[in-house]
Write a protein that binds this ligand. Structure first.
Ligand SMILES: Nc1nc2c(ncn2[C@@H]2O[C@H](COP(=O)(O)OP(=O)(O)OP(=O)(O)O)[C@@H](O)[C@H]2O)c(=O)[nH]1
Ligand SMILES: [Mg+2]
Ligand SMILES: [Zn+2]
Length: 359
């Protein structure tokens, strides 16, 4: 059985993961963490060297879902070859947490964002990008996993201090327990507060729309402009992503940060847990609904609807909740249907192959 070496401990490997490693396989394989995902290959590290990796055939041919592929932040068991210049990933170790969304467009499938994240920074810019409904959407995604969300409001240099405080209060009024901070990459205000949050061996990830300043923040935390940021010209900021892939970066303080490309769509999936936690006010109100299975849409004596009527619950927040709830039911059903069809197809292929063999 592999022991927890100093190297992998620094990368965040702990007893929790140790208990999940299959002892049979761990003899000849080495523990490593996925630090980057490219089209058909990966970059993994064992704390000593960063090594190019590919997937073992077994994973490529037996995977039914994107959930079975490695993503940034994953712990894997791998074989290292050629003096640690190449490796083959044999197994993904169970994930402590997983950030995923619906794949963009009409396709009903998951897209993985990152695994084994401890803290997610939701970055929204204070100028024109701030949007409470989008913030709720990110929170639903994060609260579904055991990840701590922290809201970072960027570009505070573009607003007056009074306006910044008002924005923070607006969020706090709806979600009193949420951590919210403002900062600026331009004049460095608030950066020290963010640095103070970072702990060694802990994995953070930067989420938020394109152009809000995620990579600029990462560069500031590194202390050097290592990663490319984009030059925003006023009108054509759409469709140009400065960051194109996800990568795990180790900071000098020992904290790890995953930068992600800005996401335009955030379709959600089976997010009951995420919804309940994000909309704790609605969950709380629903205790007083007449029916246990109240959907808060048409029912009589619905405490949620009354709260909207008397202005205690903002109508837009209520509508966003209902919208995401419906969406998650729809996506879940479509996904199950798709999986069922895929399985049928799999059976058909198997029987055709068998038939051919027997001929
Ligand atoms: N005024 C101001 N501009 C900023 C701040 N942070 C970033 N910017 C500018 O915003 C633009 C986008 O910054 P990036 O760091 O590339 O944004 P990003 O979130 O990484 O964008 P994607 O990689 O496309 O998702 C750049 O031109 C930055 O100079 C800030 O705090 N204040
Ligand atoms: Mg970026
Ligand atoms: Zn109700």
């Amino acid at each position: 059985m592999n022991i927890i070496t100093h190297n992998i401990k620094e990368l965040g490997f702990d007893e929790w993961f140790h208990d999940k490693v299959d002892a049979d396989n761990s003899e000849e394989l080495e523990l490593a963490r996925v630090i980057a995902v490219h089209k058909d290959s990966y970059m993994i590290t064992n704390g000593e060297s960063d090594v190019l990796a590919e997937l073992v055939g077994k994973i490529i041919y037996s995977t039914a879902s994107p959930l079975d592929y490695p993503t940034v932040g994953d712990w894997v068991l791998a074989n290292f070859y050629d003096e640690n210049t190449f490796s083959i990933i044999h197994e993904i170790i169970q994930r402590k947490s997983l950030l995923k969304r619906k794949a963009p467009g009409k396709k009903i499938d998951f897209q993985l964002i990152a695994a084994n994240i401890d803290v997610a920074f939701i970055v929204q810019s204070l100028d024109d990008n701030f949007n409470m409904r989008r913030l709720e959407r990110y929170l639903v995604m994060i609260n579904e996993s055991d990840i701590k969300p922290i809201v970072l409001l960027s570009k505070s240099d573009l607003l007056s201090p009074v306006e910044v405080t008002e924005r923070i209060e607006e969020i706090k009024k709806l979600m009193p327990h949420l951590d919210v901070m403002s900062f600026s990459n331009e004049n460095d205000s608030g950066l020290k507060n963010i640095q103070d949050l970072l702990n060694s061996g802990t994995t953070y990830c930067l989420l938020g729309s394109s152009g809000v300043g995620k990579t600029s923040l990462l560069n500031n935390l590194i202390g050097e402009p290592i990663f490319k940021t984009k030059q925003v010209r006023e009108k054509d900021r759409k469709g140009r992503h400065a960051t194109t892939h996800r990568e795990l970066i180790m900071l000098d303080c020992g904290a790890m940060v995953i930068d992600t490309p800005g996401m335009r769509e955030l379709g959600n999936f089976s997010t009951d847990a995420g919804l309940d936690e994000t909309f704790a006010d609605i969950t709380e109100l629903s205790i007083n609904c007449q029916f246990n299975d109240c959907t808060h849409v048409v029912e009589k004596d619905c405490a949620v609807l009354s709260a909207v009527e008397n202005g205690k619950l903002p109508e837009k927040r209520y509508q966003n909740y209902i919208k995401m709830h419906k969406e998650s039911i729809y996506n879940e059903m479509s996904y199950l249907e798709k999986r069922h069809k895929d399985k049928q197809l799999g059976k058909l292929i198997k029987s055709v192959m068998k038939h051919k063999k027997n001929k």
